[in-house]
Design a protein around this ligand. Structure first.
Ligand SMILES: Nc1ncnc2c1ncn2[C@@H]1O[C@H](COP(=O)(O)OP(=O)(O)O)[C@@H](O)[C@H]1O
Ligand SMILES: [Mg+2]
Length: 241
């Protein structure tokens, strides 16, 4: 469903050129739950913003549901983003002047959904994250973990087929991080494809597949002798060969 081939992303200023991604290759199948790990600055957020059609790319190909994304105009991109993709991004936080209900409603309004349908979806998604009683609260009146769950509810309300999460548990304590992950697993069981960037090895281990990004490229740790020992150790097993 999400396939990038030889993709590159260059950020240019007058003085420097930064390759955030170079020869980046990934193929995420419909219904997969993939965890993306890698050092800070390796290009993980850049990958997710391009995957979510929030950013354009400099070279290579990106097919989303079989459509070559660079052929789409802005309108088509927005439409796909709004209808298919849910975001749980740290930088994509809640609007402070809007209460919880209204925050979740924003993307649904963009879709031109009727008021009754919006309300049904909003309350249903708030119930799913255990915050139905907080619909009228403002973000500042919620804990960090609760705000994160509102952001998840906002993504859920759109019933996205593809959910992109950038360190969704980054600001949460262990207990809260586990409950957020359980929620994502639940969404995954409901049929969504999930791509989650995480620093947390415990969370990464619960995904179906791990993709590691170093210096703007996907590396296969199992085939790279420099990392082999680390992978075997992480898997907790001894090799027989
Ligand atoms: N808007 C931008 N302008 C210039 N450079 C950027 C921009 N966004 C990211 N970069 C650079 O691209 C690289 C990858 O960044 P990022 O995707 O945020 O990494 P990660 O999420 O893995 O920490 C970094 O070197 C970063 O400095
Ligand atoms: Mg990042």
């Amino acid at each position: 469903m999400l396939k990038m081939s030889h993709l590159s992303k260059v950020y240019r200023t007058e003085v420097v050129e930064t390759y955030a991604l170079r020869d980046f290759n990934i193929d995420v199948k419909e219904g997969e739950f993939v965890a993306v790990t890698g050092p800070s600055g390796s290009g993980k957020t850049t990958f997710l913003t391009i995957a979510g059609l929030l950013e354009t790319f400099s070279g290579g190909e990106y097919h989303l549901d079989g459509i070559e994304v660079s052929n789409l105009n802005d309108n088509a991109r927005s439409k796909i983003r709004n209808e298919k993709i849910g975001f749980i991004f740290q930088a994509f936080n809640l609007i402070p002047d809007l209460n919880v209900f209204d925050n979740i409603e924003v993307p649904l309004r963009y879709r031109g959904m009727k008021a009754a349908e919006r309300k049904r979806r909003i309350m249903e998604s708030l119930e799913r994250v255990g915050l139905a009683s907080r619909a009228k609260h403002y973000p500042a009146e919620l804990s960090g973990g609760q705000q994160q769950r509102v952001a998840i509810a906002r993504a859920l309300a759109g019933s996205p087929r593809l959910l992109l999460a950038d360190e969704p548990t980054g600001n949460l304590d262990t207990q809260m991080a586990r409950s957020v992950l359980e929620l994502l697993e639940d969404i995954h069981r409901g049929g969504a494809t999930i791509v989650m960037v995480t620093h947390d090895p415990e969370l990464a281990a619960r995904a179906q597949r791990n993709v590691h990004v170093i210096d703007g490229q996907v590396v296969d740790l199992s085939e790279d002798p420099r990392f082999h020992g680390a992978v075997v150790a992480a898997q907790g097993g001894a090799r027989s060969d």
